[in-house]
Design a protein around this ligand. Structure first.
Ligand SMILES: Cc1cc2nc3c(=O)[nH]c(=O)nc-3n(C[C@H](O)[C@H](O)[C@H](O)COP(=O)(O)OP(=O)(O)OC[C@H]3O[C@@H](n4cnc5c(N)ncnc54)[C@H](O)[C@@H]3O)c2cc1C
Ligand SMILES: *[C@@H]1O[C@H](CO)[C@@H](O)[C@H](O)[C@H]1NC(C)=O
Ligand SMILES: *[C@@H]1O[C@H](CO)[C@@H](O)[C@H](O)[C@H]1NC(C)=O
Ligand SMILES: *[C@@H]1O[C@H](CO)[C@@H](O)[C@H](O)[C@H]1NC(C)=O
Ligand SMILES: *[C@@H]1O[C@H](CO)[C@@H](O)[C@H](O)[C@H]1NC(C)=O
Ligand SMILES: *[C@@H]1O[C@H](CO)[C@@H](O)[C@H](O)[C@H]1NC(C)=O
Ligand SMILES: *[C@@H]1O[C@H](CO)[C@@H](O)[C@H](O)[C@H]1NC(C)=O
Ligand SMILES: *[C@@H]1O[C@H](CO)[C@@H](O)[C@H](O)[C@H]1NC(C)=O
Length: 721
């Protein structure tokens, strides 16, 4: 184990340790069993009580009920408690899905259902909660992970790349590395200007929603920032931070680890030696420079503040919000009627099932279906619903409900590669390996990597950035041949984003992120992560079974500039490593033998380059003529009442980790949904016979008892108030 741990950074650690610690403790199993069997009060019980003349609760009943309320069992329902219809149905209870659930259910007259494919996560709460659990007890590789693999990548020596994604309430925020790093103003404003530059705007004219100013305010709205404690801040080299760049009083907690290692305090001075200045004002619109990033840590109990505790567990009970885990959305149901004012297709229902062998359920929708399945889940649901590229759908014999060639296209990801050295100072990994009492304390377990830097092309190319930028611009003609679509729209969209990337983002934005990792015993690594890739891939389905995995082909390094930029990043990372001086020893990965450009390229290709876990853009917010999937109101083209609100809509990668922007996006998206007045017309509603459990005799008549059930929930709440 030790030798594996020593070799690389976070990627190997997370997967390796997840495998060894995948078995939950007996306590966890016990909690899990109680959750699965649902021994907590069930609605039929309430129903009987209400029928009695005098509802009398025994002390024990009342205790159990109170506990149920604390556990929010009225929110976390089971399959039999699903109502016949909801105003909003949210597909996916991850980062964005739970923000939407919380915001949309603020209006108690609206009924909201979240369908989440994964388990609740209650059985692994401790592992998820501990920040350092992200490395040492990661849920990566367990049943709480989708465990995707990409197609073999020709330019990565035919390696398939492992893509973990959270399959749990909270989604990938329950397993991520908790860096809270915003995109820069230039990245976000470029998004807005891209939409505006489309001129014959079929993006309904509201591009200004995606300005830096608007997104900055929305990101802040999600936050409750707490400054670092004095001692870790001293040890960390009195790193700059600015509370004014953060929100306070918002749902998601944001702070710093409560232990620090001196090597973290050496980060910015080592960067300075390599020519990289310290960013005095992180997360305020400028990304360039080195800094200590805040993390999504709740400082009051040193826990991970992910979307579930932040947006759901903190709520008072809301009987109009239902969250159902273990419910995979298999498709959206559409009427054969069009919305008369726009000729758009109306969604009237959502189908879901626990697994491939289980009965499918159908739930009716009054207002909107909101896809929040993440960068793979949302395009997948659209395709299984018959919305996507015709060739993909016809290949497997699915009826095309609406042709949208961009669904699954424009796929991008950040690639990263870590250079590692023997360490000569204490690391968090050393503490962990010591197995001391301190290593088990919540204080130590609040530690998470946070030393980062964003660098520009001018530093990476020694001032020759303009020359190489022109070269990249000239490569556009060749680049379009690698776009994995024959759709002229998708190719036009690629060109537009390419031009923007080379014109705006090459001179003005960061090209490489560096991340120092100190979580392995005896080892320190620094990653070089590509931020604005020119390669484009796609995701698609090759089976009509929605439980078969989506096919992922990111086409890593299909554009040669990506590898060149990463290689320059590796060289710069080595300069920073050298500047750490006697605090590091021999380079262990890739090692002193790898020196020339060809050798570095071969290392990146054969083993060095791996995902930074930031796939995006497979439901891009672009004009339809550019292969877009959603307009600037996040609404899917051609569909009257289906939106995508998650990290799949960014038209290009930001130089940033994606969680902060996605919290902001989901806050803005919630506002858009609330403003919309669309209701499914009565003539377009799903036929009652099609509701509920399908393929069995029980479908008819379910509706009546459900409505009563809703009333009983309210009655019980009142009783206990
Ligand atoms: C290992 C890892 C480390 C990361 N580290 C960081 C970091 O340090 N900082 C950072 O900012 N970002 C990080 N990220 C990225 C960040 O977590 C994601 O960008 C963010 O969670 C995306 O939010 P989302 O709502 O789009 O998707 P998710 O949060 O992934 O949520 C999607 C949800 O939809 C569910 N779902 C999918 N399909 C269906 C379906 N058909 N039916 C029902 N439910 C469905 C999924 O189970 C999941 O719960 C990391 C990601 C990973 C995987
Ligand atoms: C850097 O490293 C040295 C040696 O480990 C240490 O004495 C010093 O305090 C560190 N911190 C800073 C901020 O330079
Ligand atoms: C914000 O964080 C502080 C700790 O810094 C805490 O006391 C406060 O309760 C938090 N506010 C909310 C709304 O969570
Ligand atoms: C690139 O970054 C360096 C170091 O942070 C800075 O001095 C320089 O001005 C930047 N160049 C451009 C073109 O922004
Ligand atoms: C930590 O506190 C938050 C709210 O402040 C809460 O939601 C969460 O459940 C707590 N975690 C633990 C393990 O107590
Ligand atoms: C485009 O590809 C051709 C064939 O591989 C190559 O000869 C040419 O140099 C490329 N052009 C640019 C600008 O990269
Ligand atoms: C490329 O971008 C520049 C600057 O943003 C713009 O002026 C130009 O019109 C664009 N060219 C194309 C072909 O889109
Ligand atoms: C779909 O693609 C995957 C991944 O390449 C492959 O394993 C699987 O066999 C394919 N399924 C069909 C039905 O072609």
């Amino acid at each position: 184990m030790r030798s594996i741990l020593r070799s690389v950074g976070f990627i190997t650690i997370a997967t390796t340790l997840a495998t060894v610690s995948a078995t939950p403790s007996p306590l966890h199993l016990d909690l899990a069993a109680r959750y699965e069997e649902n021994i907590f009060p069930r609605l039929p019980t309430f129903s009987k009580r209400e029928a009695a003349a005098e509802p009398q609760l025994s002390e024990e009943d009342e205790r159990v009920l109170r506990r149920a309320l604390e556990r929010r069992d009225f929110t976390f329902i089971d399959q039999d408690q699903v109502l016949n219809e909801y105003d909003y149905i949210i597909a996916g209870g991850g980062l964005a899905g739970l923000v939407l659930a919380s915001r949309l259910s603020e209006d108690s007259s609206r009924r909201v259902l979240v369908l989440e494919a994964g388990l609740s996560g209650d059985a692994v709460k401790d592992r998820v909660d501990a920040p350092a659990g992200a490395y040492y007890e990661s849920i990566v590789g367990t049943d709480y992970d989708w465990k995707h693999n990409t197609e073999k990548q020709p330019m990565l020596n035919n390696r398939g790349i492992y893509w973990p994604r959270g399959k749990i309430l909270g989604g990938s925020t329950a397993m991520n590395a908790m860096y809270l790093v915003r995109p820069s103003q230039i990245d976000v404003d470029s998004w807005q200007s891209l939409l505006e530059s489309a001129q014959d705007i079929d993006v309904s004219g509201s591009a200004s929603r995606w300005s830096w100013n608007n997104l900055f305010a929305a990101m802040k709205k999600s936050e409750n920032f707490t400054a670092p404690e004095a001692e870790p801040w001293e040890i960390g080299g009195r790193f700059p931070y600015d509370a004014a760049n953060h929100g306070s009083g918002g749902p998601m907690s944001l702070s710093y680890p409560q232990v620090m290692f001196s090597i973290v305090g050496n980060w910015t001075s080592a960067l300075a030696t390599a020519g990289i200045s310290t960013l005095q004002n992180p997360n305020g619109g400028v990304t360039m420079g080195g800094f200590i990033s805040p993390s999504s840590i709740n400082p009051t109990n040193r826990t991970r503040s992910y979307s579930r505790p932040a947006y759901i567990d903190s709520l008072p009970p809301r009987s109009n919000l239902h969250i159902l885990p273990e419910a995979t959305v298999t498709k959206i149901g559409f009427t054969d009627k069009l919305r008369s004012s726009t000729n758009e297709i109306i969604a009237h229902s959502v189908e879901f099932a626990k697994d491939s062998a289980s009965t499918r359920y159908v739930v009716g929708v009054n207002r909107e279906v909101i896809l929040a399945g993440g960068p793979l889940g949302s395009p997948k649901i659209l395709m299984h619903s018959g919305v996507g590229p015709t060739d993909v759908l016809q290949q497997i014999g699915l009826d095309v409900v609406y042709e949208l060639p961009g669904v699954g296209q424009h796929l991008q990801d950040h690639l990263t590669a870590g250079v590692a050295w023997e360490s000569r100072v204490e690391t968090a990994g050393d503490v962990r390996a010591s197995n001391s009492d301190f290593s088990k304390s919540s204080e130590f377990l609040s530690f998470i990597n946070d030393a980062v830097a964003f660098v520009n092309a001018s530093l990476l190319f020694n001032g020759n950035d303009a020359v190489y930028g022109t070269e990249i611009a000239n490569m556009l003609a060749n680049g379009t041949t690698t776009v994995p679509s024959t759709s002229p729209e998708v190719i036009e969209g690629y060109k537009a984003v390419y031009n923007l990337t080379v014109q705006n983002l090459w001179p003005g934005s960061a090209q490489i992120e560096m991340l120092m990792s100190v979580i392995s015993p005896g080892s320190i690594s620094i990653q070089s992560a590509l931020q604005h890739p020119y390669s484009r891939g796609r995701v698609y389905i090759n089976s009509t079974n929605p439980f078969d995995p989506i096919v992922i082909d990111p086409q890593y390094f299909s554009h040669p500039a990506d590898r060149t930029i990463m290689r320059q990043g590796v060289k710069l990372v080595r300069l920073v490593g050298a500047a750490l001086g006697d605090r590091v020893g021999t380079e262990t990965t890739p090692g002193p033998d790898v020196q020339t450009d060809d050798q570095i390229d071969a290392w990146l290709t054969n083993s060095g380059a791996n995902t930074q876990y930031h796939p995006a853009s497979a439901c891009a917010m672009l004009p339809r003529k550019w292969g877009g999937v959603v307009d600037s109101d996040l609404k899917v083209y051609g569909l009257a009442n289906v939106r995508v609100v998650d990290s799949s809509v960014y038209p290009f990668e930001f130089a940033a980790h994606l969680a902060s922007a996605t919290y902001g996006l989901a806050e803005i998206g919630s506002g858009i949904v609330k403003e919309s007045t669309f209701e499914v017309p009565s003539g377009a509603k799903v036929d009652e016979k099609e509701l509920g459990r399908q393929g069995k005799n029980e479908a008819v008549g379910r509706g009546v008892s459900r409505v009563v059930v809703g009333g009983v929930v309210a009655a019980v709440l009142a009783l206990l108030a």
